[in-house]
Design a protein around this ligand. Structure first.
Ligand code: CUA
Length: 357
């Protein structure tokens, strides 16, 4: 401490702060903050974050360094009960500490706007994917690709895509961290963002807006594929869509029911069912659904089949003990055809028989 007192305290404080700022900035840039870069926007956005770190970390460290230095260097000596010198304004200092942050914030805002404008620019040859959220699942409709609908997102690599995001119920937020982009799904609006996936792989689709009891399970994946693999997936979807009904009519209810359960119905997000390899826990488990449907159906004078149909079409009419109302979507009557609901019910009756001993 004697060494510090030899020079002017402000000079010592400036040196102390400068060293802390350099160390703080180096540490903040050395940390690996981001997941892999899988879209055309990722590099620009990561650079933007690095610039923000370089702009903000030194300011934070400077303020903290001055605070800690002052507390240590200028504290009152033991027994000194006198008041400090009265301080009035210091115009020059106030002008400096308003002007510098104003210039920094304005520069960052302009830079951010330029980057946003750049990554949102409309691209030729873009494909459009409609993303729809509902408690608690996403589904994806491909326009101009023969209108394929899927609950799994597949994208061709290096093809610009515009996501048009909507919701059936409450606010959700469509986020792919590896693309670095997200947008809210707002009731009554279609929100958009554009990007070009540029790295083949499987990434996360996350709901980034608290949307109810199943928010944390509202996750999915996006698979970025080579163009040929994407094309064959689209062809496969178009094929399976047209013979899906035929399979059900032809008697293979289980296949068709499983496809509905894991696909458009979005049932797997909330219900456990071994046959569909789902482990959701928000709604009642369905591995013993036949026995449950008998038990609860009897109370309402319904057959197990009638009970399951009613429970799908009007889920809040009877809520299984220990589960909550208003969790299961009430739109299956609109979003699935009567035949599809029958197929689902048949499927559950076929595979929900519990352990057969
Ligand atoms: Cu949907 Cu959180």
């Amino acid at each position: 401490m004697r060494f510090l007192r030899r020079g002017h305290p402000l000079v010592k404080m400036a040196i102390f702060s400068l060293v802390a700022m350099i160390i703080g900035t180096i540490i903040s840039l050395a940390i690996d903050w981001f997941p892999v870069q899988a879209s055309s926007a990722a590099d620009d956005i990561d650079t933007l974050y690095d610039v923000l770190l370089v702009a903000s970390v030194p300011v934070f460290v400077l303020v903290m360094a001055v605070v800690f230095y002052s507390v240590s260097a200028f504290k009152a000596k033991p027994g000194d009960m006198s008041d400090g010198a009265p301080i009035h304004g210091n115009t020059r200092l106030e002008v400096i500490w308003v002007t510098i942050p104003f210039i920094m914030v304005s520069a960052v805002a302009i830079y951010g706007w330029i980057v946003l404008d750049d990554i949102e620019a409309k691209q030729p040859n873009q494909m459009v994917v409609q993303v729809n959220g509902q408690q608690f699942a996403w589904d994806f409709t491909y326009l101009g690709e023969g209108k394929v609908k899927s609950n799994q997102l597949y994208l061709p690599v290096n093809r610009p895509v515009e996501f048009q995001v909507t919701t059936d119920d409450v606010l959700h937020d469509f986020w792919v961290p590896e693309f670095r982009l997200k947008t809210d799904a707002v009731p009554g609006l279609t929100t958009k963002f554009r990007t070009t996936p540029n790295k083949i792989g499987t990434y996360n689709v996350v709901c980034a807006e608290l949307c109810g009891i199943g928010h944390s399970t509202m996750r999915n994946t996006v698979q970025v594929l080579p163009q040929e693999e994407f094309d064959s997936w689209v062809a496969e979807q178009q094929g399976s869509e047209s013979d899906g009904g035929a399979a059900a009519a032809g008697g293979d209810m289980t296949e068709a029911g499983r496809a509905l359960f894991t696909g458009d119905g979005g049932c797997t997000a909330c219900h456990t069912l071994a046959d569909a390899e789902s482990v959701g826990a928000l709604g009642p488990g369905l591995d013993n659904v036949v026995a449950d449907a008998e038990k609860y159906g009897k109370q309402a004078g319904q057959s197990p089949k009638e009970y399951l149909k009613a429970a799908t079409e009007d889920p809040d009419a009877f809520v299984v003990p220990n589960f909550n109302k208003d969790v299961m979507p009430e739109n299956f009557k609109e979003s699935l055809s009567a035949k599809e609901i029958d197929t689902l019910v048949e499927y559950l009756l076929a595979v929900g028989g519990g352990e057969k001993g």
